[in-house]
Design a protein around this ligand. Structure first.
Ligand code: UDP
Length: 322
């Protein structure tokens, strides 16, 4: 059995990935400090409570488990907060990841899958965004991820650490069996916030309708979290089958505007979703859409949820659980 350390396995994308690993015959072991993760999300494989910022936790963990590969989700991911408190992001996403990599090298673990982001590209100069698009992040969150990508290339060259860096576009939706889903606190993402409105909890804010897009609101590429999960397992298999280190965009290749998301959510929930248009949120590029050809061709990945309806439907089924 291949033992896969999943840092952040109690989180949103991490827990979906543990399910996929388990279903494909791997043994996921979640390492999570439960600051943002939830113990009840750890349903596939063992759980170890620990912090990647705590060297003793890492040491004890690697003494206990013989690990073959690492999938590293544990990170902070609030773009706005990264601007007001960059140190928090550089300490956790950068320094603590370097600590984790130290333990990989020490324990001769050769395979590393990294959670990266389309925020490494910054404001794109062409759409769709392919992997060769220049990376020029516009916030500390994106910079912290780009820095780790650069470090991984150095470690690959110097130490033979094999890695795949997966650049997610907008993760959305929930496990179709309802076994795990999105549960952020605070929640800042569009789809769960809009579903809160449908559930009668608040009013939706649209951050700007004066962009140069078809309806004036921002366009994003929403990718189902179970499709992200399957890409991680394919990336791991590619590495273990002697594939070389690489970078992949993970998106559907389709763009949907904020207003389209709200309209679709209204249709699926059968609720009116009153909205309030406010000013632009700083740091939001007008359009982010992935070219996913490389992942399709080289990983053999095939996103299953290519319609916004299907993605929002799974999110709603999770959102309205008792
Ligand atoms: N957005 C919005 N209202 C909200 C939250 C988000 O209009 O309450 C917009 C945001 O400006 C962006 C899109 O929805 O264009 C997706 O934002 P989200 O925070 O979900 O993901 P991001 O693209 O920042 O990773």
């Amino acid at each position: 059995m291949v033992n896969v350390l999943v840092t952040g396995g109690a989180g949103y994308i991490g827990s979906h990935c543990c399910k996929e690993l388990h279903n494909k015959g791997y043994n996921p072991i979640t390492f999570d400090n439960l600051v943002y993760g939830h113990r009840e999300n750890v349903k596939w494989g063992n759980f170890y409570k620990g912090d990647i910022g705590n060297l003793k936790d890492l040491e004890t963990f690697f003494e206990k488990y013989k690990i073959d590969a690492v999938i590293h989700f544990a990170a902070y991911a609030y773009v706005g907060e990264s601007i007001t408190d960059p140190q928090k992001y550089y300490l956790n996403n950068l320094q603590n990841t370097i600590n984790l990599l130290h333990h990989l090298l020490k324990n001769n673990i050769k395979y590393f899958i990294f959670s990266s982001t389309c925020a490494t590209y910054g404001n794109p100069n062409r759409i769709p965004i392919d992997e060769d698009h220049p990376r020029s992040p516009i916030n500390p969150y994106g910079r912290s991820k780009k820095m780790i990508e650069d470090i991984l290339e150095d470690y690959n060259r110097a130490y033979g650490l094999k890695f795949v860096s997966l650049r997610y576009f907008n993760a959305a939706g929930a496990d179709p069996d309802g076994e795990t889903g999105e549960n952020h606190d605070p929640e800042t993402h569009l789809i769960p916030l809009v579903l809160d409105v449908a559930a009668g909890k608040s009013e939706a804010q649209v951050f700007g309708t004066d962009y140069d897009t078809k309806d004036g609101s921002c366009i994003r590429d929403y990718i189902h979290v179970s499709d992200l999960a399957s890409a991680h397992v394919l990336a791991l298999e590619r590495l273990m089958n002697e594939g070389s280190s690489s970078f992949f965009n993970l998106g559907t290749g389709l763009g949907h505007s904020v207003l389209e998301v709200i309209e679709t959510a209204s249709e699926i929930t059968g609720k009116e979703i009153p909205l309030k248009v406010t000013s632009r949120r700083p740091g939001d590029p007008p359009v982010l859409v992935a070219s996913n050809e490389k992942a399709i061709n080289e990983l053999g990945w095939k996103p299953e949820y290519t319609s916004l309806e299907d993605i929002i439907r799974t999110a709603w089924n999770w959102h309205k659980r008792p």
